[in-house]
Design a protein around this ligand. Structure first.
Ligand code: SAM
Length: 239
């Protein structure tokens, strides 16, 4: 499988992704603001508006990291389980939740490919900027389907390449030249940010990923591309 532009074994990829996020955990939130010019906040707001978590619902926020999406859903009254393969990211998230006085969140170390939750447990499954890091994406989608109740919904937001030519070019320049430098200057870690940029370039375009969601058993799989597909909100239902 690919790790950035290198070919590595599956286990090696999972290990390296984990090292990337351990390395970036403490600077992660600030870097998100720098890399996206603050836009990730608007994308996450829109995502949560689409996923519509309701009071009392049980939501699994997979690859939830430091909790950005989970916090928005918890504020709407949902019970959110934040699950991530990386304990360092969750640790940062727990401190942020405490600082913001947020309650009703549970935190779990989990691999999206092989969840330990019982089947049919959640009303909604969300995964934001996480699935492109997963080694076996079809396995993660099948697991998402398994842990949802009947009538449950899947919502995913992920980067890919944009099909707006001028914009795509500008973004590439930014991603290849500026983001790794920001990583070096603010997080002392150029390599991890190179990996993150490369993983965005390799992620399937909206229509291809929409098909993968359907193949995992979801119905009404749909894709809402933004900025020509640079960021897409995917959804599907378990019936
Ligand atoms: N959802 C958060 C957000 O939007 O701010 C965090 C996104 S962060 C870019 C990606 C997260 O995916 C990291 O916290 C990483 O540890 C997690 N991750 C990577 N591979 C994973 C896997 N196989 N299972 C669960 N989480 C994984």
């Amino acid at each position: 499988v690919n790790f950035g532009d290198e070919l590595v074994t599956r286990d090696e990829k999972t290990r390296r992704v984990s090292a990337v996020f351990s390395s970036v955990a403490r600077s992660y939130d600030m870097m998100n603001d720098l890399m996206s010019g603050g836009m990730h906040r608007l994308w996450k707001d829109r995502f949560v508006a689409r996923a519509k978590p309701r009071i009392g619902e049980h939501v699994l926020d997979m690859a939830g990291g430091t909790g950005d999406v989970a916090f928005r859903m918890a504020r709407r009254g949902a019970h959110v389980t934040v699950a991530d393969i990386n304990a360092d990211m969750l640790e940062v998230g727990k401190h942020r939740a405490e600082a913001q006085g947020l309650r009703g969140l549970s935190w779990e170390v989990q691999n999206a490919e092989a969840l330990t939750f019982t089947s049919g447990k959640f009303d909604a499954y969300t995964i934001v900027f996480g699935i492109r890091n997963v080694t076996d994406i079809p396995a993660a989608l099948r697991e998402a389907h398994r842990v949802l109740k009947r009538g449950g919904r899947f919502y995913c937001m992920e980067f890919s390449t944009s099909d707006w030519p001028g914009f795509s070019k500008a973004y590439s320049l930014w991603a290849d030249n500026v983001i790794p430098k920001l990583g070096k200057a603010f997080a002392d870690d150029e390599e991890s940010y190179r990996y993150l940029v490369e993983s965005i370039r390799r992620f399937p375009r909206p229509e291809a990923f929409r098909r993968m969601v359907g193949e995992a058993g979801f119905t009404r799989a749909s894709a809402e591309p933004m900025l020509g597909g640079l960021v897409t909100i995917h959804s599907g239902w378990k019936i």
